[in-house]
Design a protein around this ligand. Structure first.
Ligand code: F6R
Length: 265
């Protein structure tokens, strides 16, 4: 794992956006895996800005989001389809038909997983997956004890996640407790992964992900097995890591190599 520790959450968003834009410039028909939630919002703002001012084009890009609530209409303001349209897709030149969100409103919700897996496969797999992390170590909606070999499927959310996300729902509003989520194995097939984490609330999950054992109680720890994952953290989210001096040393050495020989990624 590459551990990048930056001073501020704004720098985390900028670094993430740079990685996305570099890929899209190099490979205009890239397949991106996207996340929702608070963390990637600033990154999406920067993608919009880079599209508008630096001419970064998403016209040949395909996207697959990690997850969607079961039982919410795509027009519902808390659905992840609505979130993505409002916070990214409507502001860039991506083709709506190239954007994919797991279907959360199928008559048979159990069909959602295999159908989504097929679509990802047909698109040639995900080139770059953007992840946030739950305070309980989840990625996508793969809650603690999710199988590390899981594929896209229906997951029941934990009370912690339901409580964490209740801030987005009005008090009397129906808040879904089921979601369709890419599985851990689905995420692990992405060629490159960047996980963004900011703020103290994520510090424990980040430390367990990077320095704890690989175990289903912290689903993000599976990323230790991924050959090309970058954890992009602000100082608060990195505050419980024990080996920060080493991570900085590694990055310096890597920067020197990249300067001399180019970035192979
Ligand atoms: C959302 C997702 C979740 C979030 C996580 C963190 O698509 O995949 O795993 O990334 O719950 O959410 P925030 O960023 O709101 O703290």
């Amino acid at each position: 794992m590459e551990i990048i520790i930056l001073e501020t959450s704004a720098q985390v968003a900028e670094r993430g956006a740079q990685i996305v834009c570099e890929l899209v410039r190099k490979q205009p028909d890239s397949v991106l895996g996207l996340a929702t939630g608070s963390t990637p919002m600033a990154l999406y703002e920067r993608l919009i800005e880079k599209h508008k001012t630096n001419g970064v084009s998403f016209s040949s890009v395909t996207t697959f989001n990690l997850d969607e609530y079961v039982g919410l209409d795509p027009q519902h303001p808390q659905s992840y389809r609505y979130f993505m349209n409002k916070n990214l897709f409507e502001h860039i030149d991506i083709k709506p038909q190239n954007t994919h969100i797991p279907p959360g409103n199928l008559d048979n919700p159990l069909a959602a997983g295999p159908q989504y897996e097929d679509q990802i496969r047909q698109a040639g797999g995900i080139d770059l997956q953007i992840l946030g992390i739950g305070a309980n170590g989840h990625i996508g909606f793969n809650e603690p004890t999710s199988s590390l070999g899981s594929r896209t499927r229906i997951k029941t959310l934990t009370k912690k996640t339901i409580d964490d996300n209740s801030r987005f729902f009005a008090q009397d509003e129906f808040q879904p407790y089921l979601a369709v989520t890419m599985g851990i194995a689905t995420i692990m097939e992405s060629k490159r992964i960047i996980l963004l984490a900011t703020g103290w609330k994520k510090a424990e999950a980040v430390a367990e992900t990077v320095e704890g054992p690989v175990c289903a109680l912290c689903p993000a720890s599976a990323l230790q097995w991924h050959p090309c994952t970058s954890m992009i953290l602000d100082t608060a989210a990195a505050s419980l890591l024990k080996h920060t001096a080493y991570y900085k040393f590694v990055l310096n050495e890597q920067d020197r190599l990249v300067e001399r020989f180019g970035d192979p990624r």
